[in-house]
Design a protein around this ligand. Sequence first.
Ligand SMILES: C[S@@+](CC[C@H](N)C(=O)[O-])C[C@H]1O[C@@H](n2cnc3c(N)ncnc32)[C@H](O)[C@@H]1O
Length: 216
Amino acid sequence: MYKKADHYTKKAKAEGYEARSIYKLEEIQKKLKLIKPGQKILDLGCAPGSWSQYASKLVGLAGHIVGIDYKQITATLPNATFVYGNFLRDHNKEKIAELGPYDGIISDMAPDTSGDRLTDCYKSADLVREALDFAFTDLKKGGFFIAKIFQGGDEKKVMELMEKAFLKTRWLKPAASRDNSIEIFMIGIDFQSKPELEEKPFEEYFNDTPEGEMPW
Ligand SMILES: C[S@@+](CC[C@H](N)C(=O)[O-])C[C@H]1O[C@@H](n2cnc3c(N)ncnc32)[C@H](O)[C@@H]1O
């Protein structure tokens, strides 16, 4: 049943990566070539660290990775700064903003699953909305944004918002995603500026998102 997972898990171990998630970012990179030498990349929800490991190699010593997670980050890298904490907290956002601005923001953040699929989907969209809100002020013009989101909640509304801020957008479902996974990746290319929202303030844009405690 988990033949594919076994394959990617074994491959990650053999290649020295902290997690099988690396192959999702690798597939996105091979298709779109967004990460380049010398860039500064923000990795949201970076633990244990395979995305940071991969991005670190691509940006090289002239570039830098800033990662944040409240779980243990096991990767050790010569060109990375890791912040331990909840990205949703203002003081942590301030810390990572001070280390920016960024050429690219990548987010593999996922909510702790509640057992209720719909709740998890809305929580996942909330995390992407927060990441996007941060990108609107701390991503350089022309920068890119890659984020995991669960399908079945507000993902289309989040995409509508992204379409207003980036010249190009797309969805990508990597082969390394588990067969039974509801995750998909949203990609924004060539960031322009924070979109003007005519009818309601940004915080109310997702007013149908159910209340829920975020993990930290
Ligand atoms: C699928 S894992 C990331 C794997 C990582 N990309 C890698 O390759 O090693 C999702 C991570 O998101 C983190 N996360 C979820 N919500 C977060 C938040 N609000 N602040 C910081 N990290 C968060 C979790 O702790 C978890 O480590």
